[in-house]
Design a protein around this ligand. Structure first.
Ligand code: FES
Ligand SMILES: [Fe+2]
Length: 443
């Protein structure tokens, strides 16, 4: 062996040699205006508040490293304005909501919801100034009780994408709550395409005596990862008794993800399960994220909604004592535990992290598209271009798997082939199509 050959780093007691620090991937993680990532994120509608939060005073929020106020004026219109007044920078969070617009508390400039100034009390040059000055404002859309704003260039505003899972017979959309995570948005979104964690992290409560996810999640599945029509997804296939259950979830565009029920047991055949939650992650700034979600509630759901609400939020925020979060950790604890901005250089990825790799690649492609002056994937100018979504549960008899993909090879090969078969099928016949027709259940 040559004397210049590097000495092997010991695997046991290798702490002295192991790298613990590194640079975050700034291209992916920065969210401010003018940064590549921030310009990418400004091509998507971002959630700012629930409509129920808008009352008699303005709501201060932070989004993509910008401080803003959201308000509903006396005539019912919603405005999103820069926080600091364009006169002398006082904060509009102390402003007075009027029948039309929001009046700054300091010297009384009155701003309409589009940021134009409609009153400048006592200002002799008001007419001239009102023609040359305005308050920064952004377009607004409401959906599912959530107020969204578009912080990108106003000359090319995408439609608010109405995905197929938002409009299904017998399924009602119920607004959720928002919760803050003290970390970068990428590590929040990666969680959706990291199914490896569902049978580890989400099984800890079961092992420690708490009912949370269905017990069948504890069975280690076989994973397939794929780019989908709307983003990046996975399929996780398990045998449950004489059935095969294939759960799928999906990250849609940059900031949305879709999951089916955490109570699914995979014991009853179905063509497609109804959606369970649709979740947006608002990048607040580089190291904070705010999550907003909708619950999709099926008529006659056996679980009382209060119990479901408790379980769907459990572990998603920091509202529990530290000791309890150590004992029963949830997504929040695992994600924030990666650090304020997870350093990808110090990770050691395995085969099951392929969804994470695909998602980072997807976002990087979007960033490069925006840098090159193109629209990123997930940006649609027409509702007709909005693709079908993917996330659902398919449960079939084992014989159907054999019929579709044969039984050659080890069982994991068979399950993988069946998952890939479904991934192809969902592109041709979207899972939500069964629900639109009311035919999710199989006899
Ligand atoms: S600072 Fe707002 S009106 Fe003067
Ligand atoms: Fe999770």
């Amino acid at each position: 062996m040559s004397s210049t050959t590097a000495r092997a780093v010991p695997l046991a007691y290798g702490g002295y040699h192991a790298r613990q620090t590194g640079e975050p991937d700034h291209l992916l993680c920065q969210v401010g205006r003018g940064t590549p990532g921030g310009e990418y994120l400004r091509r998507f509608w971002q959630p700012l508040a629930y409509e129920t939060e808008l009352g008699e005073v303005p709501l201060r929020v932070r989004a993509l490293s910008e401080d803003l106020v959201v308000f509903r004026d006396g005539s019912g219109r919603i405005g999103v304005l820069h926080l600091h007044c364009c006169h002398r920078n006082s904060s509009l969070e102390y402003g007075v909501i009027e029948e039309r617009g929001l009046r700054c508390c300091y010297h009384g400039r009155l701003f309409d919801v589009d940021g134009t100034i409609i009153d400048m009390p006592g200002e002799p040059a008001a007419e001239r100034l009102m023609k040359s000055t305005s308050q920064g404002a952004y377009p607004v859309q409401c959906f599912g009780g959530i107020v969204f704003a578009y912080l990108g260039p106003p000359d090319r505003v995408p439609v608010f994408p109405m995905y197929d899972r938002f409009d299904l017979p017998g399924v009602t959309i119920v607004p959720g709550i928002r919760f803050k995570q003290d970390c970068n948005w990428i590590q929040i979104k990666e969680n959706t395409v990291d199914p490896h964690h569902t049978h580890v992290l989400h099984v800890i409560p079961q092992l420690r005596g708490m009912e949370h996810f269905a017990p069948e999640f504890g069975e280690f599945p076989v994973f397939a990862f794929t780019e989908t029509s709307a983003g990046v997804g996975y399929l996780a296939a398990r045998r449950v008794g004489d059935k095969v259950w294939v759960r799928s979830a999906e990250t849609i565009g940059s900031n949305l993800h879709a999951i089916s029920s955490i109570f699914e047991s995979g014991r009853e055949c179905k063509q497609a399960s109804p959606p369970f939650m649709t979740i947006w992650a608002l990048p607040v700034d580089d190291d904070h994220t705010m999550t907003f979600y909708l619950s999709h509630v099926v008529a006659g759901e056996p679980m009382p909604f209060d119990k479901r609400r408790f379980l769907e939020v459990f572990g998603q925020n920091d509202d529990r004592p530290y000791r309890e979060r150590q004992w029963l950790p949830g997504d929040h604890d695992a994600q924030v535990g990666q650090g304020a901005i997870n350093v990808h250089e110090t990770e050691h990825l395995g085969t099951n992290d392929r969804g994470v790799v695909l998602f980072r690649r997807y976002v990087r492609r979007g960033i490069e598209a925006v840098r090159a002056g193109r629209d990123p994937e997930g940006f649609y100018l027409s509702q007709a271009d909005v693709p079908s979504t993917f996330a659902n549960d398919r449960v079939v008899d084992a014989a159907e798997v054999t019929q579709a993909v044969g039984d050659e090879g080890e069982d994991r090969d068979v399950l993988l082939r069946f998952s890939e078969h479904l991934a192809r099928e969902y592109r041709i016949r979207p899972a939500m199509a069964y629900l639109k027709e009311g035919s999710q259940n199989r006899s």
